[in-house]
Design a protein around this ligand. Structure first.
Ligand code: ATP
Length: 496
């Protein structure tokens, strides 16, 4: 194994062990051995996930003047997926080992050997696997079936009528937004662009769930569908604000480059409406989440890689050491009128709108984020080891850290625990900060434990507190301490 690969596996194991031990996540139904593709969040993971979702809400939904969040059912009736094309097309290429009956994805087997599959048909994949005599990843047998399509949706027969009343767990939140479009358009005074956001569960019966949060069978998506007039694809109301902002782009077949929105528009022909939303997404990653520039890029997908209805498709990729390089965490998809047109045709419900003096089916620009993949990316990117591996820290930004502040009595006597609990309760009740109280072990170990989960501030109540009502605030990254009066504590913590 190469050095880079083994250090990636080592880091992945360290983060996973820490995450399981400290309460970020663990395999669902762990005491029964778990099931591949299902993970549960503990209190720390759920806090990071909640914070990611609220940052996402405030950045993307508040951005649009006519943007709203809705909620829908995760089980949708079969005709929805006939119309959307999922029943026919939402397939992965499946291979079965004829010796051990292990089932896995043909494209992943090839990609693991460094063979690009984006342009291959299913027959070509089978041929390359035969020609190269690739083996079953589980038992090493050469005796493999041909690749065949496998539909990834989970069927849910409803009630007692069985297959006659078929429904499916939704594989993306997007379809629910399309079903809600007509109602929302009417309820919001019939204006475009209209943004409908859903943060909800998606379910995919992945053949080979793996790489932790990267290929789950049940996961959370944060998706924003923006319905707009296609004649305005090349307009963006706030273009002047971002026209000189530099996007980090990897266009098809080219190297990654930094290029202004203006140039992306003129030289790469990215429409203004699309480029504007790319800038918005990049700002979310760099400015709100604090992702270093070197770890972020947009990658353009070629015609064979993207869904046939996506006219323009750039993925957002982050460089993740634990997963061996840049990986997709989100995508911007120009889905045209494909979805609404399909639903109009199959439901017979008119989904045309009257706007800008004409009647038409709105087009959709979709911003689609996998929340769990992003949570893993944050753990990967902000994990650090210092002082010759003596100190492990998550250097999360303050908006993402699962615990904002920990409160400790220096020792468990001289009235310090009582005072520390008073401070803890005051912060908990009178601020929106998430707080944690700890009085076990030495102060040094308590600091280390908070560093390990990324807590930005630790407050210690010591003998001087008992004399003059001041406490120490210790900052995670610099480990510097300063004294402040208890009355000034809230103000001090909130201003950072
Ligand atoms: P991939 O190519 O990795 O299978 P995709 O292109 O099919 O993903 P989309 O359908 O565009 O993914 O879904 C939008 C987002 O949802 C992705 O960018 C990703 O963050 C997330 N996502 C998709 N599939 C999974 C999964 N099985 N587990 C976790 N997150 C997922």
């Amino acid at each position: 194994m190469r050095k880079k690969e083994s250090s990636a596996i080592e880091k992945l194991d360290k983060i996973t062990n820490l995450a399981i031990k400290r309460g970020f996540f663990w395999p669902t139904a762990e005491i029964y051995g778990g099931k591949a593709g299902f993970y549960s969040y503990g209190h720390l993971g759920k806090s990071v996930k909640n914070k990611f979702e609220s940052l996402w809400r405030s950045h993307f939904i508040k951005e649009g003047e006519n943007f709203y969040e809705i909620e829908s059912s995760a089980i949708l009736p079969e005709p929805v997926f006939v119309a959307s094309g999922h029943l026919e097309h939402f397939n992965d290429p499946l291979i079965e080992c004829k010796t051990c009956h292990f089932r896995f994805r043909a494209d992943q087997l090839l990609e693991d050997q460094g063979i690009k599959t984006a342009d291959m048909t299913i027959e070509e994949m089978s041929k390359v696997i035969m020609d190269k005599r690739l083996k079953c990843p589980k038992c090493n047998s050469w005796h493999l079936s041909e690749a065949k399509w496998f539909n990834m949706m989970f069927p849910v027969p409803l009630g007692a009528v069985g297959v006659k009343d078929m429904a499916y767990l939704t594989p993306e939140t997007a379809q629910a937004a399309y079903l809600a479009f007509k109602r929302e358009f009417e309820a919001t005074r019939k204006r475009l662009p209209l943004g409908i956001a859903i943060i909800g569960k998606a379910f995919r019966n992945e053949i080979s769930p793996r790489q932790l949060f990267f290929r789950l069978r049940e996961f959370t998506q944060a998706e924003l569908q923006i319905f707009f007039d296609p004649d305005e694809l090349d307009k963006a109301e706030k273009w002047n604000e971002i026209s000189r902002y530099k996007l980090i782009l990897q266009p098809q077949g080219e190297k990654t480059q930094e290029i202004s929105c203006n140039d992306a528009h003129k030289k790469i022909e990215i429409p203004q409406f699309y480029a504007y939303h790319m800038a918005l997404v990049q700002k979310f990653y760099l400015e709100k989440l604090g992702i270093p520039k070197s770890k972020f890029r947009f990658r353009e997908l070629g015609e064979n890689e993207r869904a046939f209805y996506n006219k323009i498709h750039w993925d957002i990729e982050l460089d993740l050491e634990t997963l061996g390089g840049f990986k997709e965490v989100a995508g911007i998809h120009y889905r045209t009128d494909h979805d609404l047109l399909g639903h109009e045709k199959h439901s017979k419900e008119k989904l045309h709108v009257f706007w800008n003096n004409k009647s038409f089916i709105p087009h959709v620009l979709e911003l689609s984020f996998g929340v769990d993949r992003n949570v893993w990316a944050l753990l990967d990117i902000f994990y650090k080891e210092e002082l010759k591996n003596e100190r492990t820290i998550f250097t999360f930004g303050k908006t993402i850290a699962p615990i904002d502040v920990a409160v400790f009595p220096l020792v468990s006597r001289e009235g310090m625990p009582k005072k520390a609990l008073e401070v803890y309760n005051m912060l908990k009740k009178e601020t929106s900060l998430s707080c944690f109280y700890d009085e076990t072990d030495s102060i040094g170990r308590r600091y280390r434990r908070q560093d390990e989960i990324g807590t930005p501030y630790c407050i210690t109540i010591d003998s001087q507190t008992m004399k003059d009502g001041t406490v120490t605030i210790r900052e995670r990254d610099s480990m510097k301490q300063k004294r402040v009066k208890i009355e000034k504590l809230k103000e001090e913590l909130m201003k950072n």
